[in-house]
Ligand binder design. Structure first.
Ligand SMILES: [Zn+2]
Length: 347
């Protein structure tokens, strides 16, 4: 976080740095996109005010003001720019809301809201980005994460029953309904022949269940056809043989990695390693609710995929991503009081 030190001295410096990331090519009006903007006085919290000349003319007003955060995900934030910068730095260290609150000396509720804002912003602009696809050598696997299935007190109340305990021993594969939502992991192996290749790129999706019908549209959208596709022998992946070079390792027979005659190494060990990292990360959010699980998973996905970059580049990539989000996803989620079904995200 050292590179942040010069900007953490006061609010105007923090605001200037954030503005530079939002508008690297100069400030433009968030309403009309014009760069004919005039610098005005700062707000009390250090944010810079601007007047958009074309908007003022169009509206027949003397001024049409906006600030550094107008129409961004931070617009309704009560945090000052300096606190905001600090919280994002702590967020990137994979801390939970309580830890962020303590370290940044802000209220726990505020830290919680900030974490959701950042995770939700990345979920919208990074996780749901349709142009992000995996290719070449892709491993697929699934894991099951205990998460309060009926975490919302009012839901429990509405159904007039006791909250469902976690970790019930049920027959068959776990589902979101039984309190252990499955997570589908797709990972593109790092290209070992290229020393500058980025880290293994991962895509993680929280599911309702692990039926073929659930995972088929996700795999079709995320993995380019023609890729080599490695899984275990679980039959939900059988359909992939049509579009991919599908190869399986037989865990049941004690086989975990195999060299095929054409030199291809068949295993899911990259994904297995990622699961242990994800579990370690999710352990920080004790008693995680199903409502927020996919947001935390999206943070892990983003930070893992940027893990090969220097800290500062990851920080700035986060902010660029956050500034390009509309916040629509979080607003919808707040409106529905729950996670938005996958079917809506993949329209
Ligand atoms: Zn304008």
């Amino acid at each position: 976080m050292r590179h942040l030190l010069p900007y953490l001295q006061d609010d105007p410096k923090a605001a200037d740095y954030l503005r530079q990331l939002r508008w690297p090519d100069g400030v433009t009006c968030p309403r009309c996109g014009s760069d004919a903007v005039e610098l005005r006085e700062r707000c009390d919290n250090g944010l810079q005010r601007f007047n958009c000349v074309p908007c003022a003319v169009r509206l027949g007003q003397q001024f049409a003001m906006f600030t550094d955060w107008t129409s961004s995900i931070f617009e309704e934030s009560k945090l000052r720019p300096l606190e905001r910068l600090l919280v994002i730095g702590l967020w990137q260290l994979k801390l939970n809301a309580t830890e962020i609150a303590t370290a940044a000396d802000i209220q726990a509720r505020t830290a919680q809201r900030c974490s959701n804002l950042l995770d939700g912003g990345l979920y919208e602009t990074y996780h749901l980005d349709p142009s992000r696809q995996l290719e070449n050598q892709v491993e697929a696997n699934e894991c099951y994460q205990s998460a309060g299935s009926k975490g919302l007190p009012r839901e429990v109340e509405r159904h007039n029953r006791a909250p469902r305990p976690r970790g019930l021993q049920l027959r068959g594969r776990a589902t979101a309904e039984t309190g252990r939502p499955p997570i589908l992991g797709l990972v593109q192996r790092r290209d070992r022949t290229d020393p500058d290749a980025p880290a293994a790129q991962v895509y993680l999706e929280v599911l309702e269940n692990v039926r073929t019908a659930t995972i088929k549209p996700i795999i079709a959208a995320k993995v380019k056809s023609g890729a080599q596709f490695f899984t275990d022998e679980y039959n939900i992946y059988h359909f992939t043989a049509a579009d991919y070079d599908h190869r399986t390792v037989n865990h049941g027979a004690g086989e975990y990695a195999r060299h095929d005659p054409d030199g291809v190494c068949v295993h899911c060990n990259t994904m297995e390693g990622l699961w242990s990292g994800l579990r370690h990360f999710l352990d920080r959010f004790k008693g995680i609710s199903q409502r927020f699980l996919h947001l935390r998973v999206a943070r892990y996905e983003f930070l893992h995929n940027h893990g090969h970059l220097p800290w500062r580049q990851t920080f700035e990539a986060t902010l660029r991503s956050i500034f390009s989000t509309t916040g629509d996803y979080l607003r919808q989620m707040a409106h529905q009081h729950r996670r938005i079904p996958l079917t809506l995200c993949y329209r």
